[in-house]
Design a protein around this ligand. Structure first.
Ligand SMILES: Nc1nc2c(ncn2[C@@H]2O[C@H](COP(=O)(O)OP(=O)(O)O)[C@@H](O)[C@H]2O)c(=O)[nH]1
Ligand SMILES: [Mg+2]
Length: 236
């Protein structure tokens, strides 16, 4: 049996996380879950800590202060590598990434190294986003495709499944980007190394509880990352 770890970074997700864990349990896939919490002021990390003895599949890394999504995932990746997992997922805590798609990812990862949940392979499958945000995401992807040459419709999405053996080939210490940049950078590096990447359609639903941590800083970072990947860092 393959061992799978679902990494969920959290910052103030107490309104979502308890229900999300129940939904993951209901899939009966037997996956482990790693929460990487950055000292959420709303007590998300404290709640997870209390759950550890009750939910044996659950793991927790507590960091001090909000340190960003990218480094939270890198921390989780290291745990997966050190603890002999076969597959590792990225998943948001806010129900944008429906746990019911987990089996589809697991099916595809058997013959690929990275499976991407895509909002743009079957038309546009995004629910509840204001038009402005949808356009931003859509055109960010058009730009990312153009700048990197990645043959992928949705490079900024954060619902992904990696073969841990592929992640091991990356120099995680060199990945400093955050947010959307992080998503593009990791996928780009695996693609450059010739790993097998597959996109599957997902329906992405914007959060209905809690608040988004997206910021203009994260968008600007993505803009510059693409320039770096394309023109300065071809050997990445
Ligand atoms: N640990 C950690 N998690 C974060 C941080 N920023 C965002 N997250 C989590 O990353 C996921 C995606 O963030 P979200 O605010 O929904 O971004 P959006 O979907 O792009 O609007 C959620 O589970 C957040 O709680 C951070 O700095 N540290
Ligand atoms: Mg979100």
């Amino acid at each position: 049996m393959a061992r799978t770890l679902v990494i969920i970074p959290t910052y103030n997700e107490i309104e979502n996380l308890p229900r999300l864990l129940e939904r993951i349990e209901a899939t009966k896939l037997g996956v482990d879950v790693m929460i990487v919490d950055d000292g959420s002021p709303d007590g998300t990390g404290k709640w997870v800590k209390e759950q550890l003895p009750l939910r044996k599949y659950l793991h927790l890394i507590q960091r001090e202060g909000k340190q960003g999504l990218g480094s939270a995932y890198v921390r989780g990746f290291r745990f997966a590598i050190e603890n002999g997992y076969d597959y590792v997922f990225e998943m948001d805590a806010d129900f944008s990434h429906d746990p019911d798609f987990l089996p589809k990812f697991l099916e595809e990862i058997e013959t690929h190294d990275l499976v991407l949940g895509s909002r743009y392979v079957k038309g546009v499958t995004v629910i509840n986003w204001p038009m402005s945000r949808l356009l931003l995401s859509y055109f960010a992807n058009v730009y990312a495709r153009w700048a990197t040459g990645l043959p992928i419709q949705d490079t900024t999405g954060g619902y992904k499944c990696f073969r841990v053996a592929a992640l091991k080939s990356l120099d995680l210490a060199k990945i400093h980007s955050d947010g959307y940049s992080f998503q593009i950078e990791v996928t780009y590096k695996l693609w450059k190394k010739g790993f097998r990447i597959q996109e599957i359609p997902i329906i992405f639903m914007d959060r209905t509880a809690g608040v988004s941590k997206m910021s203009s800083k994260i968008i600007k970072e993505a803009l510059f990352l693409l320039i770096r990947l394309r023109f300065l860092d071809g050997s990445a």
